[in-house]
Design a protein. Sequence first.
Length: 180
Amino acid sequence: IGAGKPYKNKKPIIIYGSSIVHGTGASRPGLAYSNIISRKLDMDVVNLGFSGNAKAELPIMNYLASLEMSLFVYDYDHNAPNPEYLAETHKRGFDIMRAAHPDIPIILISRPNVATNPSKAEERKKVIIDTYRSALDAGDKNVYYIDGESFFLGMEGESDFVIDGVHPNDVGYYLMAEGI
Protein backbone atom coordinates (compact mmCIF):
# COMPACT_ATOMS: atom_id res chain seq x y z
CA ILE A 1 0.00 0.00 0.00
CA GLY A 2 1.45 3.31 -1.00
CA ALA A 3 1.35 6.63 0.81
CA GLY A 4 -1.86 8.61 0.75
CA LYS A 5 -2.30 11.77 -1.26
CA PRO A 6 -0.75 14.71 0.65
CA TYR A 7 -2.95 17.47 2.04
CA LYS A 8 -2.92 20.72 0.10
CA ASN A 9 -1.34 22.57 3.07
CA LYS A 10 1.49 21.05 5.09
CA LYS A 11 0.62 22.91 8.30
CA PRO A 12 -2.48 21.55 10.06
CA ILE A 13 -5.48 23.27 11.54
CA ILE A 14 -5.42 22.88 15.33
CA ILE A 15 -8.78 22.75 17.13
CA TYR A 16 -8.67 22.97 20.93
CA GLY A 17 -11.70 22.46 23.08
CA SER A 18 -14.29 20.44 24.93
CA SER A 19 -16.05 17.13 24.41
CA ILE A 20 -17.88 18.80 21.53
CA VAL A 21 -14.56 19.20 19.73
CA HIS A 22 -13.65 15.67 20.81
CA GLY A 23 -16.70 14.37 18.95
CA THR A 24 -18.54 12.81 21.88
CA GLY A 25 -21.98 12.74 20.22
CA ALA A 26 -20.88 11.64 16.73
CA SER A 27 -21.92 8.13 15.69
CA ARG A 28 -18.42 7.57 14.25
CA PRO A 29 -15.16 9.55 14.35
CA GLY A 30 -15.44 10.80 10.77
CA LEU A 31 -18.57 12.78 11.68
CA ALA A 32 -17.02 15.03 14.34
CA TYR A 33 -16.91 18.59 13.00
CA SER A 34 -13.10 18.57 12.91
CA ASN A 35 -13.07 15.60 10.53
CA ILE A 36 -15.78 17.07 8.30
CA ILE A 37 -13.71 20.25 8.01
CA SER A 38 -10.60 18.19 7.23
CA ARG A 39 -12.33 16.50 4.30
CA LYS A 40 -13.98 19.68 2.99
CA LEU A 41 -10.74 21.70 3.04
CA ASP A 42 -8.36 18.83 2.17
CA MET A 43 -6.28 19.77 5.21
CA ASP A 44 -4.95 17.90 8.19
CA VAL A 45 -6.92 18.84 11.30
CA VAL A 46 -5.51 18.03 14.72
CA ASN A 47 -8.42 17.48 17.09
CA LEU A 48 -7.39 18.42 20.63
CA GLY A 49 -10.80 18.01 22.22
CA PHE A 50 -10.72 16.90 25.86
CA SER A 51 -14.01 15.93 27.44
CA GLY A 52 -14.33 18.05 30.57
CA ASN A 53 -10.63 18.86 30.65
CA ALA A 54 -9.82 21.60 28.12
CA LYS A 55 -9.54 24.59 30.43
CA ALA A 56 -6.80 26.68 28.78
CA GLU A 57 -4.29 26.04 31.55
CA LEU A 58 -0.97 27.84 31.06
CA PRO A 59 1.16 24.72 30.37
CA ILE A 60 -1.36 23.52 27.76
CA MET A 61 -1.62 26.91 26.05
CA ASN A 62 2.18 27.20 25.97
CA TYR A 63 2.39 23.72 24.44
CA LEU A 64 -0.27 24.53 21.85
CA ALA A 65 1.58 27.72 20.96
CA SER A 66 4.71 25.66 20.23
CA LEU A 67 2.94 23.64 17.52
CA GLU A 68 3.11 24.51 13.83
CA MET A 69 -0.32 25.32 12.41
CA SER A 70 -2.06 27.19 9.64
CA LEU A 71 -5.13 28.10 11.73
CA PHE A 72 -6.21 27.80 15.37
CA VAL A 73 -9.79 27.18 16.54
CA TYR A 74 -10.36 28.04 20.22
CA ASP A 75 -13.53 26.29 21.43
CA TYR A 76 -13.38 25.39 25.14
CA ASP A 77 -16.27 27.48 26.55
CA HIS A 78 -18.17 24.43 27.85
CA ASN A 79 -15.25 23.23 29.97
CA ALA A 80 -14.66 26.46 31.86
CA PRO A 81 -16.37 25.81 35.21
CA ASN A 82 -17.88 29.30 35.39
CA PRO A 83 -17.78 32.70 33.65
CA GLU A 84 -15.16 33.99 36.07
CA TYR A 85 -12.77 31.18 35.18
CA LEU A 86 -13.43 31.75 31.48
CA ALA A 87 -12.67 35.48 31.94
CA GLU A 88 -9.42 34.61 33.71
CA THR A 89 -8.20 32.17 31.05
CA HIS A 90 -9.72 32.99 27.66
CA LYS A 91 -7.91 36.18 26.67
CA ARG A 92 -4.71 35.00 28.33
CA GLY A 93 -4.79 31.85 26.17
CA PHE A 94 -5.55 33.87 23.06
CA ASP A 95 -2.64 36.22 23.79
CA ILE A 96 -0.25 33.27 24.15
CA MET A 97 -1.37 31.87 20.80
CA ARG A 98 -1.21 35.23 19.05
CA ALA A 99 2.29 35.99 20.39
CA ALA A 100 3.56 32.67 19.03
CA HIS A 101 1.60 32.90 15.76
CA PRO A 102 1.19 36.57 14.82
CA ASP A 103 -0.23 35.98 11.35
CA ILE A 104 -2.43 32.88 11.41
CA PRO A 105 -6.23 33.08 11.56
CA ILE A 106 -7.62 32.39 15.03
CA ILE A 107 -11.30 31.51 15.35
CA LEU A 108 -13.02 32.01 18.71
CA ILE A 109 -16.22 30.02 19.21
CA SER A 110 -18.80 30.25 21.98
CA ARG A 111 -20.78 27.18 22.97
CA PRO A 112 -23.30 25.97 20.39
CA ASN A 113 -26.16 25.79 22.85
CA VAL A 114 -27.20 27.24 26.15
CA ALA A 115 -28.97 24.20 27.56
CA THR A 116 -26.48 23.83 30.41
CA ASN A 117 -26.66 26.73 32.81
CA PRO A 118 -28.61 29.11 30.54
CA SER A 119 -28.52 31.87 33.17
CA LYS A 120 -24.75 32.22 32.64
CA ALA A 121 -24.72 31.72 28.85
CA GLU A 122 -24.73 35.42 27.95
CA GLU A 123 -22.06 36.19 30.53
CA ARG A 124 -19.86 33.44 29.08
CA LYS A 125 -20.45 34.62 25.52
CA LYS A 126 -19.51 38.16 26.56
CA VAL A 127 -16.11 36.91 27.77
CA ILE A 128 -15.35 35.46 24.33
CA ILE A 129 -16.64 38.57 22.55
CA ASP A 130 -14.45 40.70 24.85
CA THR A 131 -11.39 38.67 23.79
CA TYR A 132 -12.39 39.19 20.17
CA ARG A 133 -12.97 42.95 20.54
CA SER A 134 -9.72 43.36 22.47
CA ALA A 135 -7.83 41.69 19.62
CA LEU A 136 -9.55 43.90 17.05
CA ASP A 137 -8.81 47.01 19.12
CA ALA A 138 -5.13 45.96 19.18
CA GLY A 139 -5.15 45.88 15.37
CA ASP A 140 -5.50 42.12 14.87
CA LYS A 141 -6.95 41.59 11.40
CA ASN A 142 -6.93 37.79 11.49
CA VAL A 143 -9.19 36.97 14.42
CA TYR A 144 -12.76 35.76 13.95
CA TYR A 145 -15.68 35.20 16.31
CA ILE A 146 -18.42 32.65 15.73
CA ASP A 147 -21.47 32.73 17.95
CA GLY A 148 -21.97 29.02 18.62
CA GLU A 149 -25.72 29.50 18.94
CA SER A 150 -25.82 30.47 15.26
CA PHE A 151 -25.13 26.88 14.20
CA PHE A 152 -28.68 25.81 15.07
CA LEU A 153 -30.46 29.17 15.34
CA GLY A 154 -33.76 29.37 13.52
CA MET A 155 -33.81 25.68 12.71
CA GLU A 156 -36.92 23.66 13.33
CA GLY A 157 -36.46 21.36 16.34
CA GLU A 158 -33.12 22.59 17.68
CA SER A 159 -33.07 19.60 20.04
CA ASP A 160 -32.92 17.35 16.96
CA PHE A 161 -29.27 18.34 16.53
CA VAL A 162 -27.99 17.25 19.94
CA ILE A 163 -27.96 13.91 21.74
CA ASP A 164 -28.42 15.20 25.29
CA GLY A 165 -29.15 18.92 25.12
CA VAL A 166 -25.40 19.65 24.92
CA HIS A 167 -23.44 17.41 22.54
CA PRO A 168 -24.23 17.64 18.81
CA ASN A 169 -25.26 14.52 16.93
CA ASP A 170 -24.15 13.79 13.37
CA VAL A 171 -26.43 16.44 11.88
CA GLY A 172 -25.38 18.94 14.55
CA TYR A 173 -21.71 18.34 13.75
CA TYR A 174 -22.41 18.81 10.05
CA LEU A 175 -24.10 22.15 10.79
CA MET A 176 -21.16 23.20 12.95
CA ALA A 177 -18.66 22.32 10.21
CA GLU A 178 -20.70 24.29 7.68
CA GLY A 179 -20.89 27.27 10.06
CA ILE A 180 -17.17 27.27 10.72
